[in-house]
Write a protein that binds this ligand. Structure first.
Ligand code: F6P
Length: 367
């Protein structure tokens, strides 16, 4: 049953981009327009657009022909949190933060929006949850290559990133073999090892290092030397940007003070490849896959998932079930309150079935 109250919805994409966002925008907007007769508006650059009033109508043509396009036609930002928005700088150059949730809500009302579809990760869901007490009505769609949102077994964008990273690791295999080297590839994922675990397993990487299992450098050296003894003349290491040694810390690349999630990890591959070269005596190289993992066209599985999620998000609004996140559990779509995923990350459990399978085929986790 279509709730009478909805006539006009906004669509916002927040946080780091990933393949499949446009496929979700298309599914939400087409379901809204064709099934329910609603008008759609695009909020530009995530919550920044809601704060700064950058909102534009979306016509049918805007959401046609975008299923396969990477990135987001609406733009995104992983900086603007309405609850803690940088409005300027003090005399020492430090940002001054203000709570601008009322300003963001004023934009929402100014454009006559009845509800907002927030396509994002935990940062965007935290921003959305923070505006619910201000009267925001929303639904969330789980987006991230990190696959670390609570209560959903998969986020869209993840499967494409796994494909991209797997292809990169496959390519490293051939050059590693030719040169008899250790190749250390750094993958994204923040504090969660899902991307590295899946791509590492799919590519047959010899060593997989994830944040959830701190590694022992001595054990890694022994493993590489052992491989040489057994005529395996190269070693592929897939390491998460958030991985750390048992007696050490994560490597932080930079801190972005006005971001809801200010820490940017990066640099561990450089550190590890030097350590491995020194202790094993085997030549080593480091590669950072970086934002390549977020770019390009979504794989078929992500196009399907994105379309299902977008369609379901519009359906939740139509049913008057506001402030929920569409999630995938046991392969089926359901939903949970957005507040339950705010400020949380879903990590790999050390006894995860994939880890057990990888160990059985000889993969080293450095523990
Ligand atoms: O959350 C997605 C992600 O790509 C993480 O894997 C990575 O740590 C981070 O975003 C990078 O953020 P930025 O786009 O600010 O460099």
């Amino acid at each position: 049953m279509v709730a009478e109250v909805i006539k006009r919805i906004g669509i916002l994409t927040g946080g780091g981009d990933c393949p499949g966002i446009n496929a979700v925008i298309r599914a939400v907007a087409k379901t809204a327009m064709f099934d329910y007769g609603w008008e759609c508006f695009g909020v530009e650059d995530g919550f920044l657009g809601l704060i700064e009033d950058h909102v534009r109508p979306l016509a049918r043509e805007d959401v046609s022909n975008i299923l396969t396009r990477g990135g987001t036609i609406l733009g995104t930002s992983n900086k603007a949190n309405p609850r803690r928005y940088a409005v300027g700088k003090d005399s020492e150059g430090n940002p001054i933060f203000e709570d601008v949730r009322d300003r963001a809500m004023a934009t929402f009302h100014k454009h006559g929006l009845d509800a907002l579809v927030v396509i994002g990760g935990d940062g965007s869901m935290t921003c959305a949850a923070g505006m619910i007490p201000q009267g925001l009505r929303c639904v969330g769609v789980p987006k991230t290559i990190d696959n670390d949102l609570m209560h959903t077994h998969v986020t869209f964008g993840f499967q494409t990133a796994v494909e991209t990273a797997t292809e990169a690791l496959d390519r490293l295999h051939t050059t590693a073999a030719s040169h008899h080297r250790i190749m250390v590839a750094e993958l994204m994922g923040r504090n969660a090892g899902w991307l590295t675990l899946h791509a590492g397993l799919a590519s047959g990487s010899d060593i997989i290092l994830i944040p959830e299992i701190p590694y022992d450098i001595g054990k890694l050296c022994d493993f590489c030397r052992d491989r040489m003894k057994h005529r395996k003349s190269f070693t592929i290491v897939a390491i998460s940007e958030g991985a750390r040694p048992v007696d050490g810390e994560q490597v932080v690349d930079q801190t972005i003070v006005d971001s809801p999630d200010p820490i940017r990890l990066g640099g561990i591959a450089q550190v590890l490849h030097r350590q491995l070269e020194m202790c094993s005596g085997i030549e080593a190289r480091a590669v950072v896959l970086g934002h390549i993992q977020r770019g390009g066209t979504p794989c078929a599985a992500d196009r399907v998932l994105a379309t299902r999620l977008g369609h379901a998000a519009a359906g939740l609004l139509a049913a008057g079930r506001f402030n929920r996140l569409v999630v995938v559990q046991q392969g089926a779509l359901t939903s949970v309150p957005i507040e339950e995923v705010a400020d949380q990350q879903r990590l790999v459990e050390p006894d995860n079935e994939l880890i057990k399978a990888a160990r059985s085929v000889g993969t080293c986790f450095g523990d």
